[in-house]
Design a protein around this ligand. Structure first.
Ligand code: SF4
Ligand code: SF4
Ligand code: SF4
Ligand code: FES
Length: 959
């Protein structure tokens, strides 16, 4: 059943204030009490009195340009604008008088005299603030005709694939300009011209697409008319109902209002009350949801005996029976541990929990792993070791209380855009910024933002750099001795202090390793330790290294040494990549841990699950993903159930993965599309999009938020139902009536989740942060407040060990990888949306000096070769990368970035070292041998897919 909410939300006109000082005033005879700093408009709205307004909205600071919100204040001359007038003690205000009515009608008359009177056919009809205000002020005539100068015939800008700018509908309220500046922080819009001639301009009068606009949609949301309007609304009309759900792209976990007509999405609007996003969005969550109904989706289960055969469409029952019989056959022949499963960080907590339960209870093995293996497994290891919990310590709101930020190995403008906007706002308010990244990411020099320090660390040397920063803090008397004495283990601290103080760890001694000037390291360390609240945010540029876990521990050391934990504005904040990376780890997806990060060898924990599930669970950890591949190649691992993950594209050393997949006897892929892994599969189970799911995602703040089904599963079964069916067919009964029952089971068995339920999440509105239990019934926004989860914080020695991936004469460059704003991970979703307009191929970024040495120019084909393989990409010559470093994204399968990445991995968790691969680059004229093979194999697989339907096969033959 759909849980719907009102489409139009209450708008208080100006933002809420939180002062502890209270003022009392009277509005239209009604006594009101509001926090100091609240505007008269907001105070009135709180009392249920809606003062007419146009240029004000509660997501933006008031500007006071439209003059519609005038009020009368006893004892004051004139008619001040209520949006810009702060409420004061004892004020007596009238909002409705004959004089005010006249003034407002005059204002509206002027607006309407330059506005098309096509309300009936306007896409905003019924949801237009100008239309509303004309009604509210009782406008009946417009004395000024349309014969004078006007903007009624100004040309539309339809360049953006998702929204249109119609200048004829613009009332120049500048809400869009302010949204772009204050909320998004891009500064793409200006008011061009003066007075009557003023119009909104993108860039230097560019089209929206040609400007700096990043298509976040904030301006569209802020626009009170249809001047900026989603193309889907123009096409489909206004929505009929709405439900709150959570974005299924990145770990920010933005809450959205899915506005619907029947089972069709009209638009996704960021939810004002969403605690992770506070009403903001990025291009992916806001607009790139069309993949959910893309024609490439496979909606019928399919099976085939071998990957050289065409697929056969079958019923769900037949597919599930076939999959179970194959898995049972394999187990009978090769043993219980010859099969396993992979959970996905794209799926809900409930789905993920069920897959690990399926593997442990129905398959009888601990061979379960997750895509978090290849991104944030070192975060789990490093934070658990030092502080006792495998998660970030703060809320996103916390950044508004920070004074100095270290941003390390993360590019939030591209990968966590809504958080980046928040951070930029804090930086514009004066917080300091230290960027540690081999690349000059956008934050280094963005509009109205300049990093105080950019430490362009050489890939693979993060540990040496952070240890050098710790050296400065320890040797210059910058340690927060009181915090350390009270909160941390003394012997471990002393050992650490002695270690980092060694001369060999000084910035000067490590400069030749890290490539960062010792002076900058000293100054940045001093800034971090002395500026006030210091927070550290980091991403895969920290974890995806041979010393990923060590670097995470070095981050925790730095935070503990400077006393930057346990309150607002500080903390250690891993920026999680995918929407539910945190959740998939929490839910027991790793082979060594049951839900709640409890080791499978712990008899008490295991027996709790054994009793609840009615099975015995192995006490030995199962295989990690790379071990599964090795075992497959050596012939001992033969069957895999892979839900919502594309290991063939996302995991390193593609040719090794291909060999592993080709060695297995039964691969079951559950996905929306025939992804790269599915090309090697024998059973295909159609997966669902987030719009078809009920469940929860857990974001980077540990916030468990509801995902709500707004359309029925297009293939008939939800992902969790398919997992249950497979389990039942394997002989282990699994029955739930609704995903909420799965969460109830998780809560029953996981101490940090014991207070979580769908009902509780709904009551909290906007999700709740685990731990949520009897000690913290409403969740835990900030971790480690009075003591660390493990009791005392534990400093760890972080000795730098060079990666095997070093530049050599044969491979003199270091390849590092990352993301781009418009695409997402393996691109399965975003490549099937108009986002390809911004990025339709992965490029190789190369410094001009390296390019010149090799005779390479922008746009040339470049062969990149490592010890694993070679691929060919087009060159982008840029100083964003330093000499000796090349960079690419990995959103397109044909790019083959992972053909080049190697088996090098984190010593503790086997997280692949994606961020450091020694390569050579050369000018070439054709795709690599691997790309040729990929293309032929893909063509065959597409043909085998098409042959399942005669009509499609015919279309392909003709094509
Ligand atoms: S879509 Fe976002 S970035 Fe583009 S102009 Fe609007 S607010 Fe600015
Ligand atoms: S485009 Fe919309 S938000 Fe921007 S100034 Fe015009 S009416 Fe206001
Ligand atoms: S920031 Fe992340 S969660 Fe938010 S809309 Fe963008 S992709 Fe979705
Ligand atoms: S709403 Fe107050 S001046 Fe426009």
């Amino acid at each position: 059943m759909l849980e719907t909410i009102a489409i139009r939300e209450r708008d208080y006109g100006t933002p809420a204030r939180t002062s502890t000082e209270v003022v009392n005033l009277t509005i239209d005879g009604q006594p009101c009490q509001v926090p100091a700093g609240t505007s008269v408009m907001h105070a009135a709205a709180q009392a249920g009195i809606n003062i007419p307004k146009l240029c004000a909205t509660d997501s933006l600071e008031a500007f006071g340009s439209c003059r519609l919100c005038l009020v009368q204040i006893e004892g004051r001359r004139g008619y001040p604008a209520s949006c810009t007038t702060p409420a004061e003690e004892g004020m007596v205000i009238l909002t409705e008088t004959p004089k005010l009515h006249d003034l407002r009608r005059n204002v509206m008359e002027l607006y309407i005299s330059d506005h098309p009177l096509d309300c009936l056919t306007c896409p905003a009809n019924g949801n237009c603030e100008l239309q509303d205000m004309a009604g509210v002020v009782g406008l009946r005539n417009v004395r000024y005709g349309f014969d004078g100068a006007n903007h009624l015939n100004d040309a539309l800008d339809e360049s953006n694939p998702y929204f249109t700018y119609d200048p004829s509908k613009c009332i120049v309220c500048s809400r869009c300009v302010r949204a772009c500046e204050d909320i998004q922080g891009t500064f793409a819009l200006t008011v061009d011209g003066m007075g009557f001639n003023s119009r909104i301009a993108a860039g230097q009068n560019d089209s929206f697409l040609g400007s700096d606009c990043v298509s976040c949609g904030a301006c569209v949301q802020a626009c009170p008319t249809s001047s900026l309007m989603e193309k889907t609304v123009i096409m489909m009309g206004q929505a009929e109902h709405a439900a709150i759900t959570t974005c299924a792209y990145c770990g920010v976990g933005c809450a959205f209002k899915a506005e619907m007509k029947g089972q069709e999405v009209v638009r996704m609007v960021p939810w004002k009350d969403g605690k992770a996003n506070r009403g903001h969005s990025c291009v992916k969550g806001r607009f790139a949801w069309g993949y959910a109904t893309h024609q490439d989706r496979i909606l019928k289960p399919m099976i085939r005996a071998s990957i050289t055969e065409p697929w056969r469409e079958v019923s769900w029952d037949e597919a599930i029976d076939y999959a179970a019989s194959e898995l049972k056959r394999i187990q009978a022949k090769y043993g219980n541990n010859s099969i396993g499963g992979l959970t996905s960080s794209r799926c809900t907590n409930e789905e993920t929990y069920l897959v690990q339960k399926l593997v442990r209870a129905a398959f009888g093995t601990n061979n379960v792993d997750t895509c978090a293996r290849v991104c944030h497994s070192p975060t789990g290891y490093g934070l658990k070791t030092t502080m006792g919990e495998s998660a970030g310590t703060q809320t996103f709101d916390s950044v508004m209380f920070t004074d100095v930020v270290i941003m390390m190995g993360a590019n939030p403008s591209a990968a966590h855009p809504v958080f980046a906007s928040r951070l930029k706002r804090r930086l514009r308010e004066g917080a300091k910024l230290i960027v540690i990244d081999p690349r000059s990411i956008e934050l280094v020099d963005a509009p109205h933002i300049k990093a105080d320090y950019h430490l362009p660390v050489r890939p693979g040397t993060n540990t040496a750099l952070l240890t050098a920063m710790a050296h400065v803090i320890a040797t210059e008397g910058l340690i927060d001795e009181a915090f350390v004495a009270e909160r941390c283990e003394k012997p471990a601290f002393e050992q650490w202090r002695d270690f980092v103080s060694l001369p060999e760890n000084s910035p000067e001694a490590t400069e030749h390793i890290t490539g960062v000037s010792a002076k900058d390291v000293r100054e940045a360390s001093y800034l971090f330790a002395t500026q006030g609240n210091g927070s550290i945010y980091y991403g895969l540029g920290v974890t995806e290294h041979s010393q990923g876990s060590t670097t995470v521990m070095a981050i925790a050391n730095l935070a503990m040494a400077t006393g930057n934990l346990g309150r607002e504005g500080v903390g250690v904040n891993p920026l999680r990549g995918q929407n539910n990376v945190q959740g998939s780890c929490d839910m027991g997806s790793f082979p060594h841990e049951l839900p709640g990060y409890r080791h499978v060898s712990n008899d008490a924990v295991r027996s709790q699950f054994e009793q609840d599930w009615g099975v015995s669970i192995q006490s030995e950890p199962g295989l990690r993903i790379p071990n599964m591949f090795d075992a497959a190649i050596s012939g001992t691992f033969k069957g895999l159930y892979c839900q919502g993950e594309d290991i063939m594209q996302s995991d390193p050393d593609t040719q090794h993965v291909a060999q592993a997949l080709a060695s297995m006897e039964c691969i079951i892929v559950q996905d929306m599309f025939l992804n790269e892994t599915a090309k090697y599969a024998h059973v295909f189970l159609p997966g669902t999009s987030f719009l078809e799911k009920d469940g929860t995602f857990t974001n980077a703040e540990r916030r468990v938020s509801r995902v709500r089904k707004v359309m029925e599963p297009k293939a008939g079964l939800g992902d969790w139902e398919a997992t249950c069916a497979l389990s039942n067919a394997m002989g282990y009964p699994m029955h739930y009536n609704h995903p909420s029952e799965i969460m109830d089971e998780i809560a029953r068995l996981t101490p940090t989740f014991s207070g979580v339920s769908f009902k509780k999440i709904d009551e909290m509105g906007g999700g709740l942060q685990w731990p949520c239990n009897t000690e913290a019934p409403d969740g835990t926004p900030t971790m480690h407040v009075d003591e660390f989860v493990r009791g005392k914080g534990r400093f760890m020695i972080t000795k730098y060990v060079p990666s095997d991936e070093r530049s050599t004469r044969k491979f003199p460059l270091l390849l590092t990888t990352g993301r781009i704003l418009s695409q997402y991970n393996v691109g399965a979703q975003t490549r099937r949306t108009p986002n390809v307009l911004w990025h339709n191929e992965d490029l190789l970024e190369m410094h001009p000096q390296d390019a010149e040495d090799r005779g390479i120019k922008a746009g040339d084909w470049v062969g990149i070769q490592s010890r694993s393989g070679e691929t060919v990409l087009r060159a982008d010559i840029t100083e964003r990368v330093q000499p000796g470093v090349v960079y690419t994204t990995f959103h397109f399968p044909e790019s083959g970035a992972n053909v080049v990445t190697t088996d090098s991995s984190d010593w503790a968790t086997e997280c692949p070292e994606y961020k450091v691969t020694a390569v050579q680059a050369r000018l070439v004229t054709q795709p690599s041998e691997w790309q040729g093979k990929w293309s032929r194999f893909s063509d065959i697989q597409q043909k085998l897919l098409a042959e399942r339907e005669p009509e499609r096969a015919a279309a392909i033959t003709q094509g």
